[in-house]
Design a binder for this molecule. Sequence first.
Ligand SMILES: Nc1ncnc2c1ncn2[C@@H]1O[C@H](COP(=O)(O)OP(=O)(O)OP(=O)(O)O)[C@@H](O)[C@H]1O
Ligand SMILES: [Mg+2]
Length: 246
Amino acid sequence: MSPDLVRIRKLSVELGGNRILSGVDAGLARGQITALIGLNGSGKTTLLKALLKEVPFRGTIEFHCGHDHSHPTPQHIGYVPQRLQCDANMPLTVRDLLALALQRRPLFFGIPGAIRRELAGMLSSVGAPHTLLDRPVEKISGGELQRVLLALALHPKPELLLLDEPAAGVDFQDQESFYDFLARINRETGVTILLVSHDLSIVSKHSHHVLCLKDGRIQCQGTPTEILGSLRQTFGDKGLFGHNHD
Ligand SMILES: Nc1ncnc2c1ncn2[C@@H]1O[C@H](COP(=O)(O)OP(=O)(O)OP(=O)(O)O)[C@@H](O)[C@H]1O
Ligand SMILES: [Mg+2]
């Protein structure tokens, strides 16, 4: 079995006539947490979208997991987006958002009791209170939303979890517990994680491998310790340390 769950070769993406990613070669090691770092606009979100087949790309992305990834929307991938693009006027509650993912029937038929209990369990599994269920999605805080999206991404159990700055809206105190939680599900379930972060202290503490993007190309990669010096060169001593960009 290949040690990489995902192998990316010569990946290039062009959007709106601009080259966004060029010749990206990288692997996502099975069962490990890979951090994806780089300055704003370096192509991190675009790389995640290529893995999700949400943008056209050249090159190859091979999934070595035994599932069919030729499907337009790959299964077995959980995704927490950097921002949610939905109509702020849509009166969707957290319960509706989660129930839509769980049941294959329209909401106007109602949500059965068994599903309601499962929804409460989904929230408590990510440390969010079940009282969030009744709240409109557009009214909950950034940190609460990220937890709801994480609960959604973990169901059904993914083999690959793509997290695009998942703690950007989370309080400083809650960030540690958020990342400890991610590390725990990585250990306990063996899920492979690709995590976009600007916080190099989080990256060095919680990732096994780091991919560093610059202007759409891999500038360096290795263990956090191996490339810390190189990261400092790219970002400076302050820059991205302990700081979340939006
Ligand atoms: N649909 C699009 N059409 C044209 N250009 C795009 C499109 N989407 C993204 N871009 C451009 O591609 C570049 C990379 O964007 P991307 O969102 O991948 O960066 P990022 O590394 O995630 O940045 P950030 O840290 O700010 O989230 C940016 O210059 C962005 O403006
Ligand atoms: Mg981004």
